[in-house]
Ligand binder design. Structure first.
Ligand code: GTP
Length: 610
């Protein structure tokens, strides 16, 4: 293409995301948009996805539909090029939302016409505003009998402060309002700015590793043009590569002659080393390099840490490789080697939140087939020592001796909980119990409030979500942001099994709660650790002081004794069953400890409350 053609095309590009609270209809609307722009017909939708799975099988390519290119014939008679960039929906993944939004000029804000604004609606709007996006409100599910679009329109204006007078009333399910949405995208979302002949600046907003093509970088071109054969440079590392392929997703990956300003697509360059592309980095051209990288997106630091240990110690290197691969697509994941007396060699890993932690654990087990023992999650404590130095502790067992500690600070979050009036009491009781400080309560309308609390992050990590859900029958929505560190009276609680201190079971607790929590955890462990051949005392200690104790009785007889004289197949079955059960057990000193025991600290609150 020549300059004129590129500029003309650029005027007709619209890049946008869909943001919404979970279940408000983001995916359904995206499907409807693909369908009505004939990117996929309803029939093809199934066919296409199947095709790409075949492709995946044949060539080992994983296709993520994170940035689809659509063509839309608008009422003005012109054909527009839309890039719809997908965003994940959960609170832990705010950072991914943020990096997808950095590749857009606009966002459709989908709000459920019956439920109205929820905590994630607000959180996502703030991210969109941070990225200077044009926000187009869409009130979805107007087909529902409980829909009250006018109330929701008022909420959008009063709670968020957006002009909602032109909000599209839609039903993604029945296909109402889709055309209006597409027309508003053309009219209101600005075309990309930038010079197609300037030095290349492309934002990497996602990437994945493909065994045949190497790293596939998902990019948004902000300045310049890139085509196969060009030499590119990664601005973060200075490494250079030759571009092999450029392309877009329609939604299948389709190679193109070039990518230019406003395009959202992918690039491959035989990049073999996973460490060479950083999501958030800027790609420039080696010959005509830009000097200043794009702001990318804020790199978020992990908030929650835990230890990951292979049950089979010979899998340690496999686990390292798995983490290396996962880190490529997930710049928020951090890890470093650590050793535990109880669990051997493993890694201390940092995550953005609990869901993020669970997803990574599950992927390691499923995709890499490594059985793991994971220790209870912990936040990072800031410890000031009596000698004037300070220390960041992300592993409770590393907490120094109490006499060396001057002060411990822990991270606090500001939690926003939106809930119908009837549940205000239940929410406040829970927050109080979680050591929260009440801030304010704002009425969103006559029936719902937004309650703000400051709560220690560690209390959020320990089962807050589930307890909030059960105490509000699922009606509460919740979001939080880190607000900083505060001094707290915290102590380390050690756990002893059979008189041996088990480092992987240590945790940090507020002094005022230590006695109850010590009691709760020894009881919980007694429940979770199966009987052994001998009696096992379980003790909780602060320093040298034992604060609670219980005993796991000895098992007495051998399971096989039951089969004495019995037939062999039954015996084998029993043994196999035992082996199954043992998979997630770890021999710790003289005691066999199951995975659940390492998480016991998360689950003892309910008991404690009674
Ligand atoms: N009645 C009605 N139901 C809808 C409409 N749009 C979506 N739904 C339903 O709402 C539920 C959630 O829709 P999704 O599109 O999966 O919502 P989402 O926001 O993508 O949810 P996450 O992927 O979990 O973030 C599904 O059961 C949809 O069928 C609508 O316009 N009317």
């Amino acid at each position: 293409m020549n300059r004129e053609q590129r500029l003309d095309r650029q005027k007709r590009i619209r890049n946008f995301s869909i943001i919404a609270h979970i279940d408000h209809g983001k995916s359904t609307l995206a499907d409807r948009i693909l369908e009505s722009t004939k990117t996929l017909t309803a029939r093809e939708m199934k066919g296409q996805l199947l095709d790409s799975m075949d492709l995946e099988r044949e060539r080992g390519i994983t296709i993520k539909l994170t940035a689809v290119q659509l063509k839309y014939e608008a009422k003005d008679g012109q054909e527009y090029i839309f890039h719809l960039i997908d965003t994940p929906g959960h609170v832990d993944f705010t950072y991914e939302v943020s990096r997808s939004l950095a590749a857009c000029e606009g966002a459709l804000l989908v709000v459920d016409a019956a439920q109205g604004i929820e905590a994630q609606t607000l959180a996502n709007v703030y991210l969109a505003l941070d990225n200077d996006l044009e926000i187009l409100p869409v009130i979805n599910k107007i087909d529902l009998p409980a829909a009250d679009p006018e109330r929701v329109r008022d909420e959008i204006e009063n709670v968020i402060g957006l002009d909602a007078s032109e909000a599209v009333l839609a039903s993604a399910k029945s296909g109402i309002g889709i055309e209006d949405i597409l027309e508003q995208i053309v009219e209101k979302v600005p075309a990309p700015q930038g010079d197609p002949e300037a030095p290349l600046k492309a934002l990497i907003f996602d990437s994945l590793y493909d065994p045949y093509k190497g790293v596939i970088a998902y990019i948004r071109i902000v300045e310049g043009t890139v085509k196969p054969g060009d030499k590119i440079r990664m601005m973060a590392t200075g490494k250079e590569f030759d571009v092999v392929e450029t392309g877009v997703f329609r939604p299948k990956s389709t190679s193109t002659d070039e990518l230019t300003v406003g395009d959202v697509g992918y690039l491959t360059a035989s990049i073999k080393n996973v460490g060479d592309t950083h999501v958030g980095d800027t790609i420039t051209s080696a010959a005509n390099a830009s000097t200043d990288p794009l702001p990318g997106y804020r790199k978020l630091n992990p908030m929650v840490y835990c230890g990951l240990y292979p049950i089979d110690t010979s899998k340690y290197n496999d686990l390292r490789e798995a983490l290396e691969k996962l880190e490529l697509n997930d710049s928020a994941l951090q890890y470093e080697a650590e050793t535990s007396q109880a669990l051997g060699f493993g890694f201390r890993c940092g995550f953005l939140g609990l869901l993020h932690m669970e997803i990574i654990q599950e992927r390691i087990e499923r995709e890499f087939k490594i059985d793991l023992i994971t220790t209870a999650p912990s936040v990072i404590y800031d410890v000031k020592l009596t000698d004037g130095s300070s220390l960041r502790v992300d592993n409770p067992s590393m907490m120094p001796d109490p006499q060396k500690i001057d002060q411990v600070e822990e991270p606090y979050v500001k939690a926003s909980i939106m809930v119908p009036n009837d549940y205000v009491g239940a929410v406040m009781e829970l927050c109080q119990y979680k050591r929260g400080n009440f801030l304010t309560m704002d009425y969103m309308d006559s029936s719902r409030v937004n309650i703000l609390y400051e709560i220690p992050l560690s209390e959020i990590v320990y089962d807050f979500f589930d307890q909030l859900k059960s105490s509000t029958k699922g009606y509460a929505s919740f979001d939080y942001e880190l607000i900083g560190y505060r001094p707290s009276k915290l102590v380390k609680m050690d756990i002893l099994l059979n008189n041996e201190k088990i480092d992987a079971l240590s945790f940090i607790v507020h002094r005022d709660f230590s006695y109850e929590r010590g009691k709760a955890i020894v009881e919980k462990l007694k429940e979770l650790i199966p009987r052994q051949q001998f009696e096992v005392p379980v003790q909780a200690a602060i320093g040298t002081k034992i604060v609670a104790r219980s005993t796991i009785k000895s098992m007495g007889k051998n399971v096989l004794a039951k089969c004495y004289g019995g037939d062999i197949s039954r015996k084998r079955k029993l043994l196999e069953k035992q082996k199954e059960g043992k998979k997630r057990m770890k021999q710790v000193g003289s005691v066999e400890v199951p995975q659940e025991a390492f998480m016991a600290v998360l689950k003892m609150d309910d008991q404690n409350k009674k």
